[in-house]
Design a protein around this ligand. Structure first.
Ligand SMILES: *[C@@H]1O[C@H](CO)[C@@H](O)[C@H](O)[C@H]1NC(C)=O
Ligand SMILES: *[C@@H]1O[C@H](CO)[C@@H](O)[C@H](O)[C@H]1NC(C)=O
Ligand SMILES: *[C@@H]1O[C@H](CO)[C@@H](O)[C@H](O)[C@H]1NC(C)=O
Length: 137
């Protein structure tokens, strides 16, 4: 009895550490190279996905269908390709890495919840968190 209990404790703490290791992904890349920050939608509905990537201080990239937003300093370098997003792949592609890109990037999906007579409600869910580190040449 006691041994079964202690096995559960060991397994439990292993599961917790596995989960927390999975919660934050680490990606590293060299200055000037391209990084892909992984992200996968939990479900691909009929609705056009609304995806947002942010760092602590600001939104870096946002896409809803063909409409996109690129933050200052990321112009022309950042994208979630539309055809990938349609397949449920919300990975962020960041070209020409600079040392200042180093940050923790979090992706969010905004889902519309429409009820018959109600106004449209939206819900924002975190999808993935990526710690990006950039090293010099
Ligand atoms: C997801 O998209 C990224 C960037 O477009 C690509 O590099 C990666 O291979 C894709 N992953 C899958 C599983 O298709
Ligand atoms: C990459 O970034 C550097 C510095 O930010 C810039 O000087 C260079 O022109 C960029 N290269 C490309 C291919 O965009
Ligand atoms: C991100 O990764 C770097 C290098 O592995 C580490 O030093 C840093 O503490 C991490 N940052 C966070 C917020 O986890």
């Amino acid at each position: 009895m006691t041994s079964v209990f202690s096995i559960c404790i060991v397994l439990g703490s292993m599961c917790v550490s596995l989960l927390s290791a999975e919660a934050e992904i680490t990606v590293s890349g060299q200055v000037g190279s391209t990084a892909v920050l992984p992200c996968e939608l939990q479900s691909v509905g009929t609705e056009t996905p609304h995806i947002r990537w942010r760092i602590k201080s600001k939104i870096v990239f946002e896409r809803l269908g063909e409409d996109t937003y690129q933050a200052e300093g990321y112009e022309g370098r950042v994208d979630v390709p539309e055809e990938e997003l349609r397949k449920g792949n919300c990975s962020l592609v960041l070209h020409n890495l600079t040392l200042t890109d180093e940050d923790v990037y979090t992706s969010y999906q905004t889902v519309r919840r429409t009820k018959r007579s109600d106004a449209v409600k939206t819900k924002t869910e975190e999808i993935s968190r990526v710690n990006l580190s950039v090293y010099g040449k």
